[in-house]
Every structure is written in structure tokens, then in C-alpha cells.
Design a protein around this ligand. Structure first.
Ligand SMILES: [Fe+2]
Length: 394
């Protein structure tokens, strides 16, 4: 059976890639871009760098810098208005996953109208929005190379997964130099997110030989460098490996899908405002332990490519080592438990049934090697709460 592979048309990868933005605009025949970004990118001076490149090359442009973390529909409305009322022919999406996800929604809503609800999964969004040049500043969500966006419903607080080639950026400028000034917490959270993308893509029921090559290489790049970039933010070699790893992980999961960790992570993020990578990290060890029996060989391969097991280890020893490593990683990267993050027990258990329903409705759990019923998802949420309370990782 063949696999359908979707990628950006142009990828520029390495130090200084973001400075190629005007050359890429010209290659695409675009003349009037809208920069979509957030306040942090303005504060860090990244927006000014892009503006300087555009001005030097004589481009007129617009700026929407009000993207919010974990974007909701309300937060992108003004950006959609700018596209509708302006004459922009491209979007430059600059930032972490949130500005890039926001830009994807703005590109479609700005051209075709409607509400984000109209475009949510299982609809396959094949419409072509404004072309997006994505410049990620984290390593990372991989959003620069995926056909997904996640926008929160402003009324229900539900994170809506939206899927289709309409959300694939036309170009990705992957410049690890932009990650050198990332704070340690963001570095850790986005790095675990990338590792989760690679692992979930590799064990996904939709995995294929192409996504496997990307996922394995991503794990080989991310696993040995994640602790390094957390402790030594200025380590260029480790930052470069993480950035490439995150992009490859993005390619892997865009073409094989994520699975149960992401499915269960989104409701945690939406209801308790936990950053995406952090909620993945909170869930990853326990959900991996749950899933291992259905894909032991694949998880053992993850352990070996991550360097925590070797060829002499049996599969069962290798997966044990993987589970030990995932817990150790959370400890070393100071991932808090639900309680330590400030989630209230009563509220958590009040929402647990709804969260399980929302997790399953997103479609991602169906890709998991071990496919859970609702009762199992509820039990997993409960177990993660109880285990984390019994032995705090921090
Ligand atoms: Fe993710």
C-alpha cells in the first residue's frame, strides 16, 4: 500500500535560513506579505529583523502581532479581518507553534470566511489559503511542516484539531539560531513535544516507511540533545540538532499522525491552560507504559535509536529502559505533576469524563497501537493523577 506524503514546497534549513525570507517571497511571486506573530517575538527583536529584511528588499507588508499562546478563535479574529480587508498575497508566520497555528487559521478564514468549527476534523481542508512562509522559533511543534492546526473553541474551551493540505505552509525557513535565546522552560516543553511527535509517529497505526525514516532520525537527533539545550541554551551544535530533529518529527507525524498522548493532552491543555509540550510530558511515561504491549518491537526500537538501550538488550529489557528514561527525562527537565502545576483535584475529576470524550473525538487515540475505549482513557487520566501524587517527579 502506498503512503501519501505532503511537504512544504520550499525548505531552507540551517543557520541564517530566516534571512532568506525575501528571496523565498520572490520565488513564490508574492509582493505584499502579512507578518503574523506574537508580542514575545516583537520583544525579542525577531520581528524587527524580518521587517528590516523586507524593507531592504522594498516589500510593503502588514503586521499582526497579537497571537496568543494556545490560540483561540477570538485571538485570531483581528488577523482574519486584516486579511479580509487588506491586499496581502502571503503570510509570514513567525514564532512558536501558536503563531504558526494562528497563521494557518487566518490564511483559510481570511480567504474563505466562516468559523473555525466549519473546518475542524474530520473535514479534510483542501482549500488553498494565502501561502504561508513559516519561520519557527522553537524546536518544536513542527507546525512549519504539518498539515494540522489546533485552534481552541472560544465558547467550549475545546481544542479543535483541523487537518488538510490547506494548512500546509508553502515554505519553511528552519533557522536554529532563532532558538538560541529561548528560555529553559520553553526549550524543555517544546523539545518533549518534538520527541513525542517522533515516538507517536513511529508507533502510529498510520506509520509508513517514509514517516518511519523521519521519525527515527528525529529521535536520534532529539534524545541525546534535549537535556543539553535545557542546561546550555547557547550550545549551537545541540540547538541545531534539536531544530532539525523537531522539523523531521513534524514531517513524520504530519504523514503518520500522532496518537494517544496528543489525544489526551489537548483536553488537559484546553481546560487547565497547560502549555502543549508540558501536558504531553506529564502524560508520556504512563501512556507509553499502557501502549507498549501492543507495539513492543517498535518501542524497543525507539529505546535503541534514542541511545537508552542497545542491540544486546532484548525487546522487553529495551522497553523497560525506555520507560525509565521517560520518567528520568521528566525529572531532569523539571516537569511538574498535575498538582504541582496547580490543577485542582476536584475540578480534574469533575472533567475527567468530558476530557476522555474530547480526547477520543479528536481522532488521535484511534492511531495508537493500543486503541482505548472511553473507560480506559478515564482510567488512564485517573492513574496518571494518582501515580503523580504518590511519587512527585520534582
Ligand atoms: Fe505536539
Amino acid at each position: 500500500m502506498s503512503a501519501s506524503v505532503l511537504l512544504p514546497r520550499i525548505m531552507e534549513i540551517g543557520a541564517g535560513a530566516s534571512r532568506k525570507v525575501t528571496a523565498v517571497l520572490r520565488r513564490l511571486g508574492c509582493q505584499r506579505p502579512l507578518i503574523v506573530t506574537d508580542a514575545m517575538m516583537v520583544q525579542l527583536g525577531y520581528v524587527q529583523q524580518i521587517q528590516a529584511e523586507l524593507e531592504k528588499a522594498g516589500f510593503t507588508y502588514g503586521l499582526f502581532s497579537e497571537c496568543q499562546p494556545e490560540p483561540a478563535e477570538d485571538s485570531i479574529r483581528a488577523g482574519v479581518g486584516m486579511v479580509r480587508d487588506g491586499e496581502f498575497d502571503a503570510i509570514i508566520a513567525l514564532g512558536g507553534g501558536s503563531p504558526i497555528d494562528s497563521a494557518k487559521a487566518i490564511a483559510i478564514l481570511g480567504r474563505y470566511g466562516g468559523e473555525m468549527q466549519d473546518y475542524r476534523f474530520p473535514r479534510d481542508v483542501i482549500e488553498e489559503g494565502l501561502p504561508i512562509i513559516a519561520i519557527p522559533t522553537t524546536a518544536g511543534t513542527g507546525s512549519e511542516v504539518t498539515r494540522f492546526t489546533i485552534i481552541t473553541d472560544s465558547v467550549s474551551d475545546e481544542k479543535m484539531l483541523c487537518v488538510g493540505q490547506g494548512f500546509m505552509p508553502v515554505a519553511a525557513l528552519v533557522d536554529y539560531e532563532l532558538t538560541l535565546s529561548l528560555p529553559a522552560r520553553v526549550t524543555a516543553d517544546t523539545g518533549i513535544d518534538a520527541l513525542t511527535h517522533a515516538m507517536e509517529a513511529y508507533v502510529s497505526r498510520k506509520a509508513n516507511p517514509y514517516s518511519d525514516t523521519q521519525a527515527l532520525q528525529a529521535m536520534a537527533l532529539i534524545a541525546p540533545n534535549l537535556r543539553t539545550v535545557y542546561r546550555e541554551p547557547g550550545n549551537r551544535q545541540a540547538r541545531e540538532a534539536m531544530m532539525l530533529g523537531a522539523t523531521l518529527a513534524g514531517i513524520a507525524f504530519s504523514n503518520a499522525s500522532v496518537a494517544l498522548v496528543h489525544g489526551m493532552s489537548r483536553p488537559i491543555g484546553a481546560h487547565f491552560h497547560v502549555p502543549h509540550g508540558l501536558s504531553n510530558a506529564m502524560l508520556l511515561p504512563e501512556i507509553t507504559a499502557y501502549s507498549v504491549p501492543s507495539a513492543t518491537t517498535r518501542y524497543a526500537t525507539c529505546a535503541r535509536i534514542m541511545g537508552v538501550a542497545d542491540e544486546r538488550d532484548s525487546n522487553s529489557v529495551a522497553v523497560d529502559k525506555l520507560l525509565v528514561e521517560l520518567k528520568a527525562l521528566n525529572r531532569d527537565l523539571q516537569v511538574p505533576s498535575f498538582v504541582e502545576y496547580g490543577i485542582k483535584e476536584a475540578r480534574f475529576f469533575e472533567l475527567v469524563e468530558l476530557m476522555a470524550e474530547q480526547a477520543l473525538a479528536s481522532g488521535s487515540p484511534a492511531n495508537n497501537p493500543r486503541k482505548p475505549e472511553k473507560a480506559e482513557v478515564v482510567a488512564l487520566y485517573r492513574r496518571i493523577w494518582e501515580n503523580a501524587s504518590a511519587c512527585s517527579p520534582v
